[in-house]
Design a protein around this ligand. Structure first.
Ligand code: SF4
Length: 295
């Protein structure tokens, strides 16, 4: 098995001490090593924010894109070369604020891309304002008054948008997070992994102590079965309904693990292949420059 060192760069990792991003980066490097994915076959795409630096610290192809635009960059890359493993590492503000429209449209397409959402409830890079995942009435230390708006629930909106793999991890449970990343990467379709990430510099509400008391694993309940197995309409509706109800749980207890997996939905690139046989026959590296006459 490849070592995670293969996926490290020699750049100084300059996140704040004890930032949850360290755990996310390490889990990702371990996941890629265990899946034995060659760095040249992996593309990491980010937007703007502390999480955006992930592509600098991961030895793979990397795109540090524009704010909120990680998903459209990734979509273009995946459509041009479906053989690549394409991962978006972006923050809650990036994906659910300015990039919210892209997030929803991506779910509808079921492109085979993995979205790892660094969910720290603040805009860390711009000094700790409330992000879309901070709840109404909550106040982190840089805010003069409590949050006036309610939150966007990443799990609920992913389920409603058509993502076919939906899970939540925790940045400091690195082995569990690594396994969730591996499951997301192996899934063929649009995957959201919402990663709860302590930001010790600006978020004094959701700290490791807070999470220690609240987090529990969905898999601990042996009756929890989030994977669609038959693909019938009734089964999909039942699994989606249960996942949605579970996604509303946030308070004294916060669930972590897999909420929903549906392997029965056609991916966007499979749909393109059916509609345009030319797409399926051109070598992947040339698909992005294919012309109508096939040259
Ligand atoms: Fe991490 Fe927060 Fe520092 Fe950004 S501001 S690097 S999220 S601790």
């Amino acid at each position: 098995m490849a070592s995670e060192a293969k996926y490290k760069t020699d750049l100084w990792v300059d996140w704040c001490p004890a930032c949850g991003n360290f755990g996310i980066l390490l889990a990702l490097q371990k996941a890629l090593a265990e899946l034995e994915l060659p760095p040249e076959k992996v593309v990491d795409v980010s937007g703007i924010g502390c999480s955006g630096k992930t592509s600098h610290f991961l030895n793979a192809n990397g795109v540090h894109g524009l704010h909120g635009r990680g998903i459209p960059f990734a979509e273009g890359i995946k459509i041009a070369n479906p053989e690549l493993t394409v991962i978006v590492n972006a923050g809650d503000g990036d994906l659910l604020g300015i990039g919210a429209g892209h997030f929803v449209a991506f779910g509808r397409r079921n492109l085979d891309i993995k979205v790892f959402l660094h969910d720290n409830q603040v805009y860390g890079l711009t000094k700790g304002q409330a992000s879309p995942t901070l709840r109404k009435g909550e106040k982190v230390k840089a805010m003069p008054i409590p949050n006036m708006q309610d939150w966007v629930n990443p799990i609920s909106i992913a389920l409603a948008s058509g993502f076919t793999f939906v899970a939540r991890g925790y940045a400091l449970w690195i082995d569990d997070l690594k396994e969730l990343m591996k499951a997301a990467i192996k899934h063929k379709g649009a995957a959201l992994l919402d990663i709860l990430q302590p930001c010790p510099t600006y978020n004094n509400l959701y700290t490791p102590d807070t999470y220690k008391d609240k987090l529990y694993k969905l898999e601990a309940d042996k009756s929890w079965d989030p994977i669609v197995k038959e693909g019938t309409k009734e089964e999909i509706e039942e699994k989606l309904s249960k996942a949605y109800i579970k996604s509303q749980e946030w308070g004294d207890k916060i669930p972590v693990g897999i909420f929903y997996v549906n392997p029965y939905v056609e991916t966007y690139t499979d749909t393109i292949s059916k509609l345009n046989p030319l797409y399926a026959t051109i070598p992947p590296a040339k698909q992005s420059i294919a012309k109508d006459d096939g040259t």
